[in-house]
Ligand binder design. Structure first.
Ligand SMILES: Nc1ncnc2c1ncn2[C@@H]1O[C@H](COP(=O)(O)OP(=O)(O)OP(=O)(O)O)[C@@H](O)[C@H]1O
Length: 233
């Protein structure tokens, strides 16, 4: 069985009389260590899929299996543990604690982890060896996103889920963050899933899931993903 497997997953939101099928029968598989990209226009259902995969929301039907565990069978306590121990989240706006340094932000995550990575190792890995004692306000957007990635990785999770991680960054900085995420999947055998609007990024990924109106429109396996320097947009 694949490391991550979604089968006919449905998630609806009811607003008064209106039922919105945010995710409408989604199937895909991702292997351990894959760098996967979820592409699609606004409203396609990308964030909903990521939230379901991250145990942040319940689905109506279908199945989601992660490393052999069926998320539909998890009770609230198991979902909390799953989010805490198994998932590293990276968001568009970093969500760092402003009155803690880079190092302390990463340390905070390791304190609630079962088997955390060494804080310095992980900060060096994301290229922040010289900025560990800086507060978020003293760091650039790209550096703050590196702290957020270090914080997610330090938990030693089963996967990184990244929702528009370059959405707030300029072109070159965005590219360096994407390269870091691709390198992390390669070098650490970390499963990384990135949501983006940017179709050009698809060339970097091992797997590309193209979504439209809550469905998977196309699923592409890239035999030869390229490095970010090889892509222009
Ligand atoms: N909590 C909610 N309540 C009601 N409708 C929702 C909720 N969350 C999402 N939706 C609806 O579900 C659909 C899919 O939303 P989703 O956020 O997953 O799309 P997306 O592809 O991530 O879009 P974007 O790129 O704009 O973030 C949209 O029609 C959205 O309005």
């Amino acid at each position: 069985m694949a490391f991550i497997q979604l089968k006919d997953v449905v998630k609806t939101y009811t607003m008064g009389e209106v039922v919105i099928k945010a995710v409408d029968g989604v199937d895909f598989e991702i292997e351990k260590g894959d760098f996967a990209v979820v592409l699609g226009a606004s409203g396609a259902g990308k964030t909903t899929v990521l939230n379901l995969l991250g145990g942040m929301d319940h689905f109506d039907s279908g199945s989601i299996t992660v490393d052999g565990a069926d998320l539909a069978r998890f009770n609230e306590r198991m979902l909390t543990e799953y989010r805490r121990f198994d998932i590293g989240f990276v968001f568009q706006f970093y969500n760092l604690v402003q009155n803690l340094t880079a190092r302390e932000n990463v340390e905070l995550a390791t304190q609630i982890s079962k088997d955390p990575m060494n804080v310095d190792t992980v900060l060096n890995m994301v290229g922040l060896q010289d900025r560990k004692d800086n507060f978020p306000s003293q760091l650039s957007g790209g550096e703050q996103q590196r702290v957020a990635i270090a914080r997610a990785l330090a938990k030693n999770p089963k996967m990184l889920l990244c929702d528009e991680p370059t959405g707030a960054l300029d072109y070159e900085t965005g590219k360096s963050i994407l390269q870091l995420l691709q390198d992390t999947s390669r070098n650490q055998d970390m499963t990384v899933i990135v949501i983006t609007h940017n179709a050009a990024i698809a060339q970097m990924a091992d797997k590309v899931i193209k979504m439209k109106s809550g469905k998977v429109r196309d699923f592409v396996i890239n035999k030869n993903p390229v490095a970010v320097e090889g892509i222009e947009w």
